[in-house]
Design a protein around this ligand. Structure first.
Ligand SMILES: Cc1cc2nc3c(=O)[nH]c(=O)nc-3n(C[C@H](O)[C@H](O)[C@H](O)COP(=O)(O)O)c2cc1C
Length: 323
């Protein structure tokens, strides 16, 4: 059930992808998602050196024999190494799937395709989705304004973007931003998507390395507790409302320099928050859907409940509407 072009393309059981999450998508989380029938994506930016990333890819492979991917963030500010260096490593390590994001993958498509790597490119607008299709990616993930990570500059929500993107493309589309359970999964399929990419829901799982203090805060957070920072950098990021987020917004308004902004948004400070549990140490990216997540469960419970309850929803809709 729920076989789509996405399950076929990636050779996975369910069309549920755990999008790469900086600092959090490490081997354990990624492998658990893949073992539960979805597809986990390692976040390459988490690893300072190429060797650390290589180790994590190998560790993931030792924990699962199912397909998984690696996120390739193409936005220059997000990178510690050259893009080419990461791609060479992916080829060396036989990475099967790359989830690219942050900028057009066009310059790297020949390298990736030559190596037989499948590319799913994540975008926040239909025009970028069209461009991605035109340069030969295998699938597109379209993320709405409510998503964690980078929702783009246009402020358009998933409910609008997903069907627009599906209509604009021939290749399979995955819906992201606000999806967390069976109801939203079935809604994504109804909108024409062939799968979902989920971030926030997987943060509140036992397998995620986020500090228990942060997880505790997230399950209490409401849908109104996130905000956007970094608009002045041209790459807005959705984060939980905390002191550094407030400061970053104020800096944004007065057009602070990148150097100044880095004193509150740097990766090192974010790490202190996520991993050490000091919520006001740095900015913490999270989606609006946090308001719908009330308990910490296992990855398997997230995936099994989506699939099992989605079957019931489909049956119920069939009985009540199609007669
Ligand atoms: C903590 C966190 C870190 C993230 N880091 C990245 C990243 O490094 N690269 C990326 O492409 N997306 C990143 N994302 C976005 C997710 O991969 C995914 O697209 C998004 O979370 C989907 O929206 P949702 O949170 O509403 O499910 C991150 C999301 C979270 C929650």
């Amino acid at each position: 059930m729920f076989k789509t072009r996405i399950t076929e393309l990636f050779g996975i059981k369910y069309p549920i992808i755990a999008g790469g999450m900086h600092l959090l998508s490490r081997a354990e989380l990624v492998a658990t998602v893949s073992n539960a029938g979805g597809m986990g994506i390692l976040a390459s930016t988490t690893f300072e050196t190429k060797e650390e990333l290589r180790e994590e890819i190998r560790k993931t492979r030792s924990l699962t024999n199912k397909p998984f991917g690696v996120n390739l963030n193409l936005f220059p500010m997000m990178r510690q190494r050259s893009i080419k260096e990461d791609i060479d490593l992916f080829v060396d390590e036989d990475v099967e799937v790359v989830e690219s994001s942050g900028a057009s993958p066009e310059p790297y498509m020949p390298l990736l395709k030559e190596a037989g790597i499948k590319v799913i490119h994540k975008v926040p607008a239909v025009r970028f989705a069209r461009k991605a299709e035109s340069v030969g990616v295998d699938a597109v993930a379209i993320v709405g304004f409510e998503c964690a990570g980078h929702p783009g500059m246009d402020g358009v929500t998933s409910l609008i973007l997903v069907p627009l993107t599906v209509d604009a493309l021939e290749i399979p589309v995955v819906a992201g931003g606000g999806f967390c359970d069976a109801r939203s999964f079935v809604a994504a399929l109804a909108l024409g998507a062939e799968g979902v990419v989920i971030g926030t829901r997987f943060v509140a799982t036992h397998e995620c390395v986020a500090h228990p203090e942060i997880k505790g805060l997230l399950i209490k957070a409401r849908e109104t507790d996130t905000t956007l920072i970094d608009r002045s950098l041209g790459l807005p990021m959705r984060v939980i409302k905390n002191k550094p987020a407030e400061k970053a917004r104020e800096m944004d308004k007065r057009g602070a320099s990148l150097g100044e902004l880095m004193t509150v948004i740097s990766g090192a400070l974010g790490r202190k928050a996520w991993i050490e549990g000091d919520i006001d140490a740095g900015v913490v990216s999270i989606g609006m859907v946090v308001g719908r997540i009330h308990e910490i469960v296992s990855v398997k419970e997230v995936i099994d409940s989506i699939i099992e309850e989605a079957k019931d929803i489909c049956k119920r809709l069939d009985l009540t509407l199609v007669s």
